[in-house]
Design a protein around this ligand. Sequence first.
Ligand SMILES: [Zn+2]
Length: 492
Amino acid sequence: MKGQPRKTIMFIVDSFNPGALRRALDRKMVPAMEFLKSRGFFTDRCVSVFPTMTPTCASTIATGAPPSDHLVPGFVWFSRRERRIVNYGISPLAVRKMGVRRVIQDLLFNLNHIQLSRKVKTLYESLEEAGYTTGAVNPFIFRAGRPHRARIPLLVQILSAFGLGGKIWGPRKLYLGQICPPDAPEGKILTVLHCLRKFGVNDDYSGTVGRWLISRGHQPDLLTIYLPDTDGYAHRHDPGRSEESLRRVDRQVSKILGAFPSWDEALRRNTVILVGDHSQSRVGTGAGSTVNLGRELREFSQLDIGGENGPPRDISVCVNERMCHVYILRDRERLLPVLAERIPGVAGVDQVAWKERDWYHLVQAGGKRLSFRPGRDYWDEYGQGWALAGDPGAAGARLDGHRIVFGDYPDALAQIANLLSCENAGDLVVTARAGFEFTGEYGPSHQGCGSHGSLHRDDSLVPLFVAGAPFHASRPRILDLAPYIRSQFGLA
Ligand SMILES: [Zn+2]
């Protein structure tokens, strides 16, 4: 271990909407965020990864790798290796259809232990291997080398016919609601008091356990506090008006900063990062704002949840709110061009993208087409070089000489390339137009409320605060955070 670096605390807010933050700051509802903003780096234009779904974004924040490398392509996807649909529980109906046991097995065990590529390291793995201590409260991604017994709540045990159990491998200090509570007696009391909602996977428990750790003098070198509640709030309201939920997020940030003699002292001792995994945008009201892509493609036979052992099918449509993966299960050469032609004509679809050899192809519903691959002809705002053929307007971009300037789809080329190069992504990936959402047999549906998943800036731009240590990035992305944190500890 080199020297004695300062500690890092990272808050991850699920569905952090920049518009709601602006309102909350204007109305003085979020004093801790206002404090962090005044003391360090702040942007409300940090770019997430595509699809803007928590398992994908959280994997990127925890590893610094894009989906092409970490291999987690969304909330709902088809595993070609296992020939089955993976669904981390996107809706109660989906959970019922999949069975509680399979959903929890995937979410709690397989996501971290199997599906997240072993070729990438989480921050917890990198830091603990280098002799630092790490911890996380209620994280989505937690893989590291310490075994913890998973205590499955009785209700979940009953619903899964007592088929769940075993160890989860995480950082030295891992707290996951009732499933992985603190060992100390007072920690157990905290768990009883704060675990009534969502088995403890809630903002209040995250903040309370984080504060408890710090006040007992057990703060690890890296502590991640995941705050899940704003996602549900934004799904039930207008996400641009989720400032009430941000007020509650702010209370948790205050709790943690308040564990130090003063907020300024907290920043003298720690680098504090506050970031969203993705944002949300508002879906229109009325049935016209939802797109049932599976139904629109009914001329193709489709594999759905539970049909894995049935007869062979043409495709599988995996709905991730405002994006869809379309997997071609047979006859790819024939079906790919047919689907690529057919899908942009479906009302409510925004873009369709696919990969052939080393070219990525993108078609916008309006008819604009762009093919691109890494090259040296044009350069985007993130310093990435591309060869282009067609109309950059398909990606909402324009050319200024040899410069690519993005509009409504920040970092669109790398976002698409990083997903389509992921071996678990669909053969085609599809996004919904602003105000639209994909739906299927199992939902969910968020008419008049928030949804996410697409490439659009409304889904993919999040606030980022870094205070206590210098942070420089003119075009920050959530991809930058893990390398930054590693560099804080002197790791490459
Ligand atoms: Zn969500």
